[in-house]
Design a binder for this molecule. Sequence first.
Ligand code: NAD
Ligand code: WQD
Length: 346
Amino acid sequence: MSLQLLITGGAGFIGSHTCLSLLEAGHGLVVLDNFANSSPEALRRVQELTGPQAATRLQLIRGDIRSREAVAQAFRAAPIDAVLHFAGLKAVGESVRQPQRYWDVNVGGTLQLLKAMADHNCRTLVFSSSATLYGFPDQVPIPEKAPLRPINPYGHTKAAVERLLTDVAASEPGWRVAALRYFNPVGAHPSGRLGEAPSGTPSNLFPYLSQVAVGLRPTLQVFGADWPTPDGTGVRDYIHVMDLAEGHRAALEVLVREPPQLLTLNLGSGRGHSVLELVAAFEAASGRAIPYQVVARRPGDSPTSVADPSLATARLGWRTRRGLAEICRDGWAWQSANPQGYGEAH
Ligand code: NAD
Ligand code: WQD
C-alpha cells in the first residue's frame, strides 16, 4: 500500500529519520518545514540514502505550519492521505521564557493544520506527543492512563494538543488519530549521515555528551547524583530514533487499516538507564573518555521516567529492537563524522 503523506517538520531530528523509513516503505512524501530548527541538508541526505529513484517521491515545501497559504500549498502538491505532524518547538527552558511563541507554533500551528486537513477531506493524523506530559510520575514504568501533569509551558502545549485532538476526533466520525508519546529519542541513522544537530548548546544529555566525546566541549555536567536511583543519577528511557521511526510507520499502517479511532501510545523501550550508564556506554562505543562533574540537580527534573510500552506492542506489533550499545555506536558514527552537524556540508 503506497500512501501520499504530508510530513510537517520532516527536516528535523525525528522527522528526517522517519522520512527515510517512509520512503523505504514506498510512500510519497510532501515535507512542510520552515527550517526554524533544521537544515535542508538533512532532506538532501535522506534522498542520498534512499537512492535517486525513491528520492523523486519526496517533495519539499519551505513554509510555516501557521501560514494558511503554505499549508494549502502542501495539500495542493499531492492528494494527501495522512499527515505526520512533527513540526513544533521543543526546548523546555525556552518555553518558560517564551510561552506565547510555544502556544502559537505548537497549538496555533496544529489548529491551522487541522483546518486544512478538514478542508481537504483528510482525517488521518499521527501527532508527536511526549512523555513530558507525565511530569513527576507516581508509577514507573508509566502506563498511558497515568495522570497528565505537565510542569512547563512546552508540556502544557503538548497536553493542549492532545485535548484538541480528542475533541476533534469526537466531533465527527472518520478521524483516525495517533498521539505518540515519545520518551527520550536519541541515536542516529547507522550510516552516520543523519542525526541530531542541535543549534547552540544542547540542553539534552545525549547530544551534550556526544559533543564532549568529540572534543567540542570540555566536561559534561551531571545534574545530581543524589536522586533515589541505583547510582544516584537520573534514569530515563532512551529510544533509538530508528526504532521511533519504525513506530510511526507501524502506527500509520494500523490507522489506515483499522476503523477510525484515536490511539494514544507510549513509544519507549521499557528499560531505564542512568546518566552514568549512558556515559559508560558512550565511552565504550567511542573509545573516548567523557570527563564529567556532578553538579546540582536541574530544576524540573524527575528521578526516573520509563515507559510501559506494552500497549504499543499489543496495538502496533511494534517494540524497540536497538539497545544502548547501538544507540551509542550510531550516535558516535554521526557525531564523529559531522562534528558541526549539517553546518559544514551545504
Ligand atoms: P526538531 O526541532 O529537530 O524538529 C522539528 C522540525 O519542525 C524542525 O525541522 C523545524 O524546523 C520544524 N518547525 C518548527 N517550527 C515550525 C513551523 N512553525 N512551521 C514549519 N516547521 C516548523 O525536533 P524533533 O526532536 O525532531 O521533534 C519532533 C517533534 O517531536 C516535536 O513536535 C517535538 O516536540 C516532539 N518530541 C520530541 C522529543 C525529543 O526529545 N526530541 C520528545 C518528545 C516529543
Ligand atoms: C536526561 C537526564 C538530566 C543534561 C527532555 C524534555 C522532554 C523530552 C525529552 C520533548 C536527566 C540529565 C541532562 C546534562 C545531565 N523532550 N542531564 N546533564 O529531561 O528526560 O527530557 O527531553 O518532548 O520534554 O524535558 O532529557 O536529555 O535533558 O535529560 O545530567 O547536561 O540527563 O538530569 O536525568 P529529559 P534530558
